[in-house]
Design a protein around this ligand. Structure first.
Ligand code: HAM
Length: 420
């Protein structure tokens, strides 16, 4: 029988690379935790209509990419393709918005599922860390989120990314623009599917990657020329605040996003070393989403950063994170009595909070020392019968190569001193 493989479009996180994923998640979440965001965790699946209504009936995510299922009880569910609709649903359900302290600031980290055409950087199961600030219309909040994402990428050591910024207007000015764009698109030489998209979701046509389409879009009306005064002023404040924070961005007047809930501020972080799947993160304001899913008016803003692509970006830039070795002490026991004694020492070290490991599997000295090297441990404890007869173990510093005998009951202190 052949062995099973991970499903198409998915992959497994395996040591040592998996440690980089953890570090990326920690670095991103560290930034938002440091800014007052509280942790939220929602189920991996939701009522399919939450996404249909929230993300948008005409988006690729909802029409083509959702993993839907009917439960034995007859419920229509979907594996979550994104986090924003779920987090807002959870906040509304828990009445967080009624507790008088808006915005409610939440962060999350987890797996998301989209039935996409699999390719490098684009998976059917992927991982995001996200942050949402719910219930306040304040350009400083939009700015805060952009600055925090920038800070996270910077802290990881990324440099070759760019921030693209745009405003998509609001329910006053966007419909006017939408009509102007539709009128323009109807006059172009487009295939049927694209024309259909122009009727349902004309802004998405601006995002078409095909050169022959892009060529025709050169003179398309720009949303910027249709923004109402309130949206213009709001956007200007966001730009000023992030500029004052020293964050460099590019105005991208054609930036549209693949989810329908956005209003006003939208942004994307793109990395130049990733080829076609260049967006490492994205987000924006979604002032109408709460009402779209049955809640009160709650203007909100957020982002999600893709962990998979952030790791690819690190690899593309050749950045190696400064990860501490997972193990500080590795114990090598020669003979049964030594195994018993050193296994006890390892337990004692672990209880004292010192990361320690043991040469399992009854190997000889050579094989065990190989394990010790592979573990990356700074110190090894080695003991055979003769050491035990003298009441000592050998403590070896793997960096300097120095080795000395330490009395059995002084191992913890000696290890502590040497690691300090
Ligand atoms: P999104 O742009 O669809 O936004 O996804 C955010 C990030 O998730 C992308 O920039 C990318 O790095 C990663 N990502 C998305 N799809 C895939 C995939 N198939 N494979 C690998 N990585 C992927 C959202 O999901 C919004 N919920 C963001 C947001 C939060 N807006 C407001 N609040």
């Amino acid at each position: 029988m052949s062995t099973f493989q991970a499903p198409k479009g998915t992959y497994d996180l395996i040591p040592p690379r998996s440690a980089v994923f953890l570090a990326v998640r920690d670095t991103i979440s560290g930034q938002v935790r440091n800014a007052g965001y509280g942790y939220v965790e929602t189920p991996g699946f939701e009522d399919v209509n939450l996404f249909a209504r929230g993300v948008g009936e005409s988006t690729d995510i909802v029409t083509k990419e959702m993993y839907t299922l009917t439960t034995k009880g007859g419920d229509q569910l979907a594996l979550r393709p994104e986090g924003t609709a779920s987090v807002l649903r959870a906040a509304l359900q828990a009445n967080l918005h009624k507790q008088g302290n808006l915005p409610v600031k939440l962060w999350y980290s987890g797996s998301y599922y989209r039935y996409e055409r699999a390719q490098a950087g684009r998976y059917r199961h992927f991982s995001q860390v996200g942050a949402e600030a719910i219930g306040a219309e304040d350009p400083a909040l939009d700015a805060e989120l952009i600055i925090l994402a920038d800070q996270a990428y910077r802290a990881l050591g990324l440099r070759q990314y760019r921030i693209l910024l745009n405003s998509l207007g609001d329910k006053e000015c966007r419909p006017v623009y939408r009509e102007a764009l539709q009128t323009f698109l109807r006059g172009l030489d487009l295939d049927e599917e694209t024309l259909r998209r122009a009727e349902i979701n004309p802004l998405r046509v601006l995002d078409d990657k095909r050169a022959d389409v892009q060529k025709q879009l050169v003179d398309a009306p720009l949303l910027r020329d249709y923004l109402c005064d309130a949206c213009k002023a709001y956007h200007e404040q966001v730009r000023e605040l992030i500029t004052a924070a020293g964050v460099v961005f590019e105005d991208d007047l054609k930036l549209v996003r693949g989810l329908d809930y956005y209003t006003r501020t939208t942004f994307e972080f793109v990395h130049d070393g990733l080829g076609s799947q260049s967006a490492v993160g994205g987000g924006g304001r979604y002032d109408g989403l709460s009402e779209m899913i049955g809640g009160p008016a709650l203007p909100s803003v957020g982002w999600a950063l893709g962990v998979d692509r952030t790791v690819l970006a690190l690899e593309a830039e050749g950045v190696t994170l400064d990860l501490p070795a997972p193990t500080s002490v590795f114990a090598v026991a020669l003979g049964e009595e030594a195994r018993r004694v050193l296994f006890g020492k390892v337990t004692e070290l672990r209880r004292a909070g010192i990361a320690s490991d043991f040469s399992f599997g009854g190997k000889g000295l050579k094989g065990s020392m190989k394990d010790a090297n592979r573990s990356g441990a700074r110190l090894t404890l080695v003991a055979g019968e003769r050491d035990l007869a003298e009441g000592v173990v050998q403590l070896k510093d793997m960096e300097s190569g120095e080795q000395r005998a330490v009395a059995l009951d002084e191992v913890l202190d000696a290890v502590r001193a040497q690691l300090a």
